[in-house]
Write a protein that binds this ligand. Structure first.
Ligand code: 5RP
Length: 221
């Protein structure tokens, strides 16, 4: 069996994701290095889509650099499909996202789509979520309050210093959270005053996982 690099696997799932792109439609696009490969693949077939709705300034810039039209979500109805990466994904297709800090817009665009296609290399596929820290986007004045509440939930929050989200907020990366029930933990974090969004994506699970492995791309539902 050939040993592929992590980038080879990201490129392979990005290419496979093109099979899930319908003609003459607007496509929801996530953020991150795997999605960057996907945007480059999308550029090859840009003539058969109407354009994209983007989840970050970074993805918007890359899409526009390829000449792919980008539309504001607020002016659009439901999207047929949203394609995005993950920092971790479990066997129920719950995810941790937000390593790139784009979690809030990612969750909004994902919630606007009929189908969520997750593209990831096999290093991201885990039995239990939580080794990767959970990003939490926070209104700046609530940083200390939210951090204390996250400690009560059993985590070790760390302020991502020098980082401001596309929405003008801060990120706390929460280490060592015991995520036995992802849906309940997502809900508990979301309810802390000052939290804009948390990087556990469990209430809405992915519909399809395209997983890049040494033996090819596996489709998991
Ligand atoms: C950004 C994200 C990304 O999807 C996640 O960090 C995975 O990124 P990469 O494809 O670079 O590993 O949630 O906020």
């Amino acid at each position: 069996m050939t040993t592929l690099t992590q980038d080879d696997k990201k490129r392979a799932v990005a290419r496979k994701a093109i099979d899930f792109v319908p003609d003459n439609a607007l496509i929801g696009v996530g953020t991150g290095s795997t999605v960057n490969f996907f945007i480059d693949e999308l550029a090859r077939i840009k003539g058969r889509i109407d354009g994209c709705v983007s989840s970050s300034d970074a993805s918007t810039a890359r899409l526009k650099a390829h000449g792919i039209p980008v539309f504001e979500l607020t002016n659009i109805g439901e999207l047929p499909v949203y394609i995005d990466g993950a920092d971790e994904i479990n066997h129920s297709l719950h995810r941790i996202k937000g390593g790139g800090g784009a979690l809030t817009r990612e969750k909004i665009v994902a919630a606007s789509a009929q189908e969520f296609i997750c593209i990831a290399d096999e290093a991201k596929y885990v039995a239990k979520l939580g080794t990767f820290p959970v990003a939490v986007e926070v209104i700046p004045m609530a940083r200390s309050l939210v951090a204390r509440e996250l400690v009560h939930l059993g985590g070790h929050p760390e302020w991502r210093q020098g980082f401001v989200t596309d929405n003008g907020n801060l990120i706390l990366d929460v280490h060592n959270l015991e995520i036995l029930k992802p849906v309940e933990m997502e809900t508990a974090i979301n309810q802390i005053p000052g939290v804009v969004c948390c990087g556990i994506f469990a209430r809405q699970h992915a519909h399809v996982l395209l997983l890049g492995t040494d033996s090819g791309v596996k489709e998991i539902r």
